[in-house]
Design a binder for this molecule. Sequence first.
Ligand SMILES: C[S@@+](CC[C@H](N)C(=O)[O-])C[C@H]1O[C@@H](n2cnc3c(N)ncnc32)[C@H](O)[C@@H]1O
Length: 297
Amino acid sequence: MKLLAGFACFYTALIFFLSFNLSVSGMEDLGDIVAAIQEAQQLRDLEEGRSQDALDELEEEESPWCTHCPEWLAFLVSFCSDCTDVGSLLPSSSYLASEITACIPRWDQDHTYPDGRFILEVGPGTGVFTEKIIRDKMGPHDRLVLVEFKKKFYHILLRKFGDDNRITIHHCSILTFQSNLQVPNHSYHYIISGLPFNNFSSQDVANILFLYKNLLIAGGSLAYFEYLILPIIKKFGLEIAACFFDSARRKYEDYCLTLDHLQVFRNYFSYVDNSATVYRNFPWARVITCYQRNGLE
Ligand SMILES: C[S@@+](CC[C@H](N)C(=O)[O-])C[C@H]1O[C@@H](n2cnc3c(N)ncnc32)[C@H](O)[C@@H]1O
C-alpha cells in the first residue's frame, strides 16, 4: 500500500515537473538553452574557419555514441536537450505499440491490398512501434517508410532496421518530407504518427495534419496518440502564466488553437475511434485512429 502511494506521489510530482517544463515556456525551456549554446558553439566554429560541411561531418561522427547505449538512456538524453520535439522522457511501452498499430491488419489477413501495403511511420524515435509493425504486421510485399527528425534516433534506427530492404529510413522533418522527396499524394495505406502534437505550434500541427490527410489513400487509416492529463495541466499552467507574461499569453492562445485543430481534424474522417486508453505507458496515453473516407481529396 505504502509502495503504491509512493509511486502515485512520484508520478504526480513528475507530471507536474514535466508539464511545468513544457508549459511555462514564457521563460526559456531547457531545449532553448541547449539549442542556443549549440548555436553559439557553431557560430564560433564557423568564425574559426570551419565550413558547415565539416561541422555536419563532425556531428555525423559524434552521433553514433548513442547507438551503443541503452535506448531509454538515448531517449532521456534527447529529451533533456530538446524536450519540445522529443516530447517524452522515455520510449513508449509495448502496450501502446500494440494499440497504435492495431489499425494495421496482419499482412496475411489483409485481403484488400494483395500487392502489399505502404506504411508510413512518423517520429519512430528508438523504434518501439517499428518493431511491432515489422514483427506482427508486415509481409514480404509491404513497404515501411520511417521519418525521424533527430539524428541520434536516426542512427539507432539505421543500426536496428537498416538491413531490411522493405524499410526506408529518412532523416528529416515530416514538414519537409513530401516536398523534398516529391512524394505524391495518396501514397500510404497506413500512417502511424508518434509526434508530440501538444508541443508543436498550431501552424505546424495544421500543416502536419493536412499533410497526413493528403498522404493517405482513400480507405486508409491514421493512428496517433496523445498523453492523458498533461494537456489539461499544460493548458492550466499556460493560463496562469498568461496572467503575468505577454509571451505566455501568446503561447496560451496558440495552444488553444492547437487543441482546436486536433478536434476539427477528426471531422475530415468518416470514422474516428478514440476509445483505446493505455495505462501501461508512461505517461498514460490515448490512441486516436482515424479512418479515411473513400474518395476524400
Ligand atoms: C514522443 S517521441 C515518440 C517516439 C516513439 N514513437 C515512441 O513512442 O517511443 C516523438 C518522436 O518524434 C520525433 N519528431 C519530432 N518532431 C518531428 C518532425 N517534425 N518530423 C519527424 N520526427 C519528429 C522526435 O525526434 C521523437 O523521436
